[in-house]
Design a protein around this ligand. Structure first.
Ligand code: NA7
Length: 533
C-alpha cells in the first residue's frame, strides 16, 4: 500500500484567499498543499467569465496590499476592472510569487474527516485520493456554489443553457440568436447591457426589481495612475476605517435631520460618484430607519423613470417591495438604457410566473418564449453553500452540515466548536462577508497564519473554540443585523434565496473595523474563547 501524504496544512481553494494563504504558509515554512477544483487559479475571477463581469470595488482598493513591489508594478486600466484583466492580475501575482507549484488543480475535495485519536484531518478528493493534515483551511469563497432553480422540465431544453458562473471558456457567439436571461441580480445587471449589444433578441425574466446605481467606471489616465501609486498608504488607511473597507464611509448625519433640499443635493452628489457611494457613503440611518430609507428609494425610483423611454417598462423596473440596500446593490453600466433597445424585452415573472422550461424555451403563465440560449443568472447558495458541498466531519463524526442546519454557528467566522484545527477563511459570520473582500481576506489570512505560528512556537497541537464563545459570537452577529433593515427583505444575505434553506443572517454587520479590533483583542487576551491542547 502506498503511504498517505501528510502535510502540516491542507487548503481548499485557490482563489484570492487560497493564493494569499499559499504565500503566507510558505513564508511560515510549513508543509502544505492547496487543492483547487478549477483548471487554474483565480476563484471567483476564474469561474465568472460572463460578459460584463467586473469589480464593484474601485480597482486600486481591490488588489493585494501585502507587497509594495506588486503595487508599484501593477497598473489597473479602469476604475472597475473587468474580469479578464483581474484574472491576468491574479496570474501575474501567481507567477511573481511562484504560487502554482503548491496548488493541485482539477481536484475537488469531497470529504474531510477529523480523526480525534491522531489529531489529524483526513481529506479525500473526488478521485478518492487521500491526504492527511494537522490543519485544514477552507478558502472556498462566499458566492461559489451556483444555484439554478428546480424549474419543471429544465432538462428538456434543446438549446444551450448555463449558469453565469459556469460560463463557457470558449467565446460564445450570440450573432442573431434569441437569448433568455433569468434573474436580475448584480450579475445580470452587469451582463445584460453587454449581451444586448451582441444578440439578435434578448428577453429578461425579472422577479424582483433592484435598486441599481451607476458604477461610474472609466479608464484610469496616466496622471491618476501616478496619483494612485503615490497614495496607497492613504488608500489602505481609508479602507481600514470604513464599515466595509471601501473608500466610502457612512455620513453620521440622519437623512431626516437635514432639509429636503440638502438631502436631495447630497443624493445627487452621491449618484454622480463612483462605486458604492450611494449605499455606503450615505446617511447612516438609510440602513436602520425605514422613513430615511424611503427618501433615498424614491430618489432612485425617479432616476430609473427618467432613464427609461417606455413608462410601462420603467414601472416594472422600479423596486417597490423592499428597502434600498437590504439586498446587495448592483452597480450598473448602462443597465437601464439596455431596456430602451428594440431587441430587449422585459418579462415580469411575478405577474406571470415561469411554469416550465420547455424544449424550445421558457413557458410562463402567459406565453411561451423560444430561445437558442437560456442563461441562468439565478445566484448562489451563498456563504454556507460551498460548505454543504463537502462532507466535513468533526469530533464524534458530526457533520458540519448537520451542525449548521438551523444556521451557522462559529467563533469569529473563523472556527466552529467540535471541528478542531479547522479554519474557515471568509467563513459565515466572519467580518469579511460584508467587506471589500481582499481587504478582509488579508486580515483573515494574516490572523490564521499568526495563530499557526503561535501554536508552533508554543508547541500547541490543537485549537478549538469553546461552545460559550461560539454562542456569544453568534448572538453578537445576530444583534449586529437586528438594528438594521436587512432582515425585512428576502435575500442571499438572509439565506432566503434558496428554497428550504433556513432563514438566517449569514454575514456580519458589525463593520470591518470592529471585527478587526475584536480579532486583535482576542489574541491580546491569550486567544480568549479558544481552547488549546
Ligand atoms: P442574486 O443577487 O442572488 O440574483 C439572483 C437573481 O435570480 C435574482 O434576480 C432572483 O430573483 C432571481 N431568481 C432566483 N431564483 C429564481 C426563481 N426561482 N425564479 C425566477 N428568478 C429567480 O445573484 P447574482 O449572481 O446576481 O449576484 C450574486 C452576488 O454576486 C452579488 O450579490 C454580488 O455580491 C456578486 P429574486 O430577487 O430572488 O426575486
Amino acid at each position: 500500500m502506498s503511504e498517505v501524504p501528510r502535510y502540516d496544512v491542507v487548503v481548499i481553494g485557490a482563489g484570492m484567499s487560497g493564493m494569499y494563504l499559499t504565500y503566507r504558509l510558505r513564508e511560515l515554512g510549513l508543509s502544505f498543499r492547496v487543492y483547487e477544483a478549477g483548471t487554474d487559479l483565480g476563484g471567483t475571477w476564474y469561474w465568472n467569465r460572463y460578459p460584463g463581469a467586473r469589480f464593484d470595488s474601485e480597482s486600486y482598493t481591490y488588489g493585494y496590499s501585502f507587497s509594495e513591489e506588486l503595487l508599484e508594478e501593477w497598473e489597473w486600466s479602469e476604475h472597475f476592472s473587468a474580469q479578464p484583466e483581474t484574472l491576468s492580475y491574479l496570474n501575474y501575482v501567481a507567477d511573481k510569487f511562484d504560487l502554482r507549484k503548491s496548488i493541485q488543480f482539477e481536484t475537488r475535495i469531497e470529504n474531510a474527516t477529523y480523526d480525534e485519536a491522531q489529531n489529524i484531518w483526513e481529506i479525500r478528493t473526488g478521485l478518492s485520493e487521500c491526504v492527511q493534515a494537522k490543519f485544514l483551511i477552507t478558502a472556498i469563497g462566499v458566492l461559489s456554489a451556483p444555484y439554478i432553480p428546480d424549474f419543471d422540465g429544465i432538462g428538456n431544453f434543446r438549446g444551450g443553457s448555463w449558469h453565469t458562473s459556469l460560463w463557457p471558456h470558449q467565446p460564445v457567439s450570440f450573432g442573431d440568436k434569441n437569448v433568455g436571461v433569468i434573474g436580475t441580480g448584480a450579475t445580470a445587471v452587469q451582463m445584460i447591457p453587454e449581451i444586448a449589444k451582441d444578440v439578435g433578441h434578448l428577453t429578461v425574466f425579472q422577479r424582483t426589481a433592484n435598486y441599481c446605481v451607476p458604477a461610474g467606471n472609466g479608464p484610469i489616465d496616466a496622471e491618476t495612475q501616478l496619483k494612485i501609486k503615490g497614495s496607497y498608504p492613504e488608500i489602505w488607511k481609508r479602507c481600514s476605517e470604513t464599515f466595509g473597507c471601501f473608500l466610502h464611509g457612512f455620513d453620521d448625519r440622519s437623512a431626516l435631520e437635514v432639509s429636503p433640499e440638502t438631502r436631495q443635493a447630497f443624493y445627487e452628489e452621491l449618484y454622480q460618484e463612483r462605486g458604492f457611494a450611494l449605499w455606503l457613503g450615505n446617511f447612516a440611518d438609510i440602513m436602520t430607519n425605514n422613513e430615511a430609507n424611503e427618501t433615498l428609494a424614491e430618489f432612485i425610483r425617479e432616476k430609473i423613470h427618467a432613464r427609461i423611454d417606455d413608462p410601462k417598462v420603467a414601472g416594472k423596473l422600479v423596486p417597490m417591495d423592499h428597502a434600498f440596500g437590504t439586498k446587495r446593490v448592483p452597480l450598473e453600466h448602462g443597465y437601464y438604457e439596455a431596456y430602451n433597445r428594440e431587441n430587449v424585452a422585459l418579462v415580469d415573472i411575478r405577474a406571470t410566473p415561469i411554469e416550465e422550461i420547455t424544449a424550445k424555451g421558457v413557458r410562463t403563465t402567459a406565453a411561451e418564449y423560444e430561445f437558442d440560449i437560456i442563461i441562468y443568472a439565478t445566484g448562489f447558495d451563498a456563504v454556507t453553500g460551498a460548505f454543504s458541498n463537502i462532507n466535513i466531519r468533526g469530533e464524534g463524526g458530526q457533520l458540519l452540515n448537520d451542525k449548521w442546519i438551523d444556521g451557522p454557528l462559529t467563533y469569529l467566522g473563523l472556527q466552529t466548536a467540535g471541528f478542531p484545527n479547522l479554519f474557515t477563511v471568509v467563513g459565515p459570520h466572519n467580518g469579511s462577508t460584508f467587506c471589500n473582500l481582499p481587504r478582509c481576506i488579508e486580515q483573515n489570512v494574516e490572523w490564521v497564519t499568526a495563530c499557526l505560528r503561535y501554536m508552533r512556537d508554543n508547541k500547541i497541537e490543537r485549537i478549538n473554540p469553546t461552545v460559550e464563545a461560539e454562542e456569544a459570537w453568534t448572538a453578537h452577529v445576530n444583534e449586529t443585523v437586528e438594528g438594521t433593515l436587512i432582515p425585512q427583505t428576502d435575500s442571499w444575505f438572509m439565506g432566503a434565496n434558496i428554497p428550504g434553506k433556513k432563514r438566517n443572517f449569514l454575514l456580519y454587520a458589525g463593520g470591518s473595523p470592529f471585527f478587526r479590533e475584536k480579532c486583535e483583542e482576542i489574541v491580546a487576551n491569550g486567544y480568549e474563547g479558544f481552547e488549546f491542547s
